[in-house]
Design a protein around this ligand. Sequence first.
Ligand code: ADP
Ligand code: MG
Length: 598
Amino acid sequence: MSIRRLPEHLVNRIAAGEVVERPASALKEIVENSVDAGATRIAIRIANGGLDRIEVSDDGCGMDPADMALALERHATSKLPDDAIEQVATLGFRGEALPSIASVARLSIDSRPRGGEGWNRTIDNGVIVDEGPAALPPGTRVTVEQLFARVPARRKFLRSPKSEYAACLDVIRRLAMAHPGIAFSLEHDGRRSLSVQGNEAREERVAALTDRALADNHVIVSLEREGVRLSGVASLPTYHRGVGDHQFLFVNGRPVRDRLLIGALRGAYADVLARDRHPIVALFLDMPPLEVDVNVHPAKTEVRFRDPAMIRGMIVSGLRRALDEAGFRSVQRADPAALGAWRAEPVSPTPIGAMPIFEAAAVPYQPMAPSSHVPSYMSDRRTSFLTPPPQARGEPAAAPPPEGNSFPLGVARGQVARTYIVAEAEDGLVIVDQHAAHERLTLERMRRAMEGQGVQSQALLLPEVVELDEVACDRLEPRAAELKEFGLDIERFGPSAILVRAMPAMLGQSDVQGLIADLADDLAAYDSALSLKERLDLVAATMACHGSVRAGRVLSVAEMNALLREMEVTPRSGQCNHGRPTWVKLGHGDIEKLFGRK
Ligand code: ADP
Ligand code: MG
């Protein structure tokens, strides 16, 4: 057997396997080239998820015919002037993207340098098929058609046009976020799905690409340490999502995915955000090229930091400092010895009938009507604890507790910080987290209803239109029948909206928009990973959270007592849906210990 050099077209195909896995990866390479070419406007049009066609036009520096010929040769690049691969400042540097794409698709490049003429070169699966003058304004237009049409082994691994499109959108969103100076537009099958103007401030750009409301709910992060600069935008702890899909990290202008970010965010938000909620964050690290190796992954989406611990530390302190300045100081911790005396005590549920029962189904708690700017799911109990001024109310302390106080959770004596119910039991003092407790009760009610007749639904006076992105609508639409079992009646309303006709009756006047957005988030995060039963439970939990009496709501003493009585007869009511305790009790003996009487 003799050794031979592989012919050029085979080498290209092998490289294509690494660089161009799917339409989104081809698109990423082409748009990165436009950024490197100094473009101020980049217009992208794709058809059928990019499988049929990808077209990228820019107003960058362009290429003359000789450069164009070189650009299509493997390892030809204009971007490594002095061979210093470890100092690379441009997005591209390997010079293999264009030849790789050309080897597995029909690639056509039109380009015109400033002050020069336009030229075209078309290559079909590695073979030049056309070349000649072309008419276009200064800049470059790259068109890729029929990607992998002649490489069936590759085509087999592609997903549906919809998910390929979602991947393309993600690529453009990240690149547009990294380059707020450049105008981007994306059209899919003739419909515009993304458009941002050039010269935007970074926080405007991030808000435009994630969530418009971020514009009023963010802090600016800025920190410099040992030659590394951290800057960016992060959401306030009161503004968060059900999934961590809006968390972006950029290193020297390059979108990267790094596990380090997730841990650092947890650390930074630990005291101010519930564990199951996620901030929106776009962070930009700028550092000398020697501090980071970008050449560890063919698609350049992963990097290796020289000092990862330092970078993680910087992210945590940068975020904490920004949140502190915005007034979100981490919660003061009480003395651990005193806290240790407070313990959660399981109440074994008493059989229904043996206790005075609050008529749960007949008098549901009506959550506060949602205020226009804060969806109810943002009223996390821990964050809202920080915002309202401290206040307590209840029966005058002089009044003796009512007769026959044998309830395990006691009799309500007042409310603290509009969030906690303070009750007096025969054997001690009970504090209940009203939101966590009620959320649990609603979930259990919902489960009972699902085991029986299904959840009663209540038609909305006016059906409500909820605007979501197309991918989220695509996820919700096939679940309409399942959701109907929960009393939620939805239908598709055009490409990027859902029409809500009815809501589960037990949720009262919930925030429809917030509920639908959270359900879509749930499906995005867990859909394929869960069995039907698990998925139903997740839906129930999300709904329960929306139907629950919120932290921050003033409760009457009668309402408080009703909540306590219902907790006593509901299984699992000692823990909220996220595993945190819903109440704690300090026994008389413990109180004496606290005051040194024992
Ligand atoms: P790399 O980006 O790693 O250099 P590519 O194969 O992506 O490799 O591109 C090869 C070369 O083609 C680039 O170095 C650049 O000189 C030229 N080029 C590609 N796209 C453009 C564009 N849109 N405008 C100007 N020049 C371009
Ligand atoms: Mg490139």
